[in-house]
Ligand binder design. Structure first.
Ligand code: ZN
Ligand code: FE
Ligand code: FE
Length: 179
């Protein structure tokens, strides 16, 4: 069925943005599940890593990820919603990929580190996409404080992603290629 822009506008005003608000809240719940599971996965990834600098990168992102969880709780509170997790099938799958990489590579190898970086960067990119969209939705809904908090986390996810690229390019890729 064809719907004109005029129809979209009248629909929006009738529902007062309630449908977008509910998409926003569902997105927050999805990320809340994802971040909580990442808190459990990062120590395993750090333990599995070979390079000291990669272990440290996972540990420092663990500390940040714990903050991401509490920031989401703060946002739920700010918008008057209960902090509730909704299973994120994407994060479940990405963390499963990480486990599979660990299972299929040698302990104390740089190939494993290379694989862990790939798995972790997929996770970061998923988070970057999610936080970027939710920040924009927060703005359009007038939740400017929430948008700022989402931006802070988005910046940290971006930094984590860049840090992983730096480690790969600094030495891990080359050492993996020499194995
Ligand atoms: Zn995060
Ligand atoms: Fe998800
Ligand atoms: Fe992250």
């Amino acid at each position: 069925m064809k719907t004109s822009n005029q129809d979209f506008r009248s629909q929006f005003s009738e529902n007062d943005g309630e449908k977008l608000k509910s998409l926003f809240v569902d997105g927050l719940k999805d990320l809340y599940w994802a971040e909580n599971h990442l808190v459990k996965a990062l120590p395993k990834m750090s333990k599995a890593a070979t390079s000291e600098d990669l272990k440290m990168a996972f540990e420092s992102h663990l500390a940040e990820t714990e903050k991401h969880v509490s920031r989401l709780e703060k946002i739920f509170e700010m918008i008057g919603e209960r902090a509730q997790a909704k299973k994120c099938p994407a994060m479940e799958g990405l963390l499963q990929e990480s486990d599979e990489i660990v299972a299929s590579t040698d302990t104390r190898s740089f190939v494993r580190d290379c694989g862990l970086i790939m798995a972790a960067q997929k996770v970061e990119h998923y988070e970057i996409a999610s936080y970027g969209t939710l920040r924009n939705i927060a703005r359009i809904l007038g939740h400017y404080d929430a948008a700022e908090i989402l931006q802070t986390t988005l910046d940290e996810e971006g930094d984590a992603d860049h840090k992983l690229t730096e480690l790969a390019e600094a030495h891990i890729n080359e050492e993996a290629a020499a194995e």
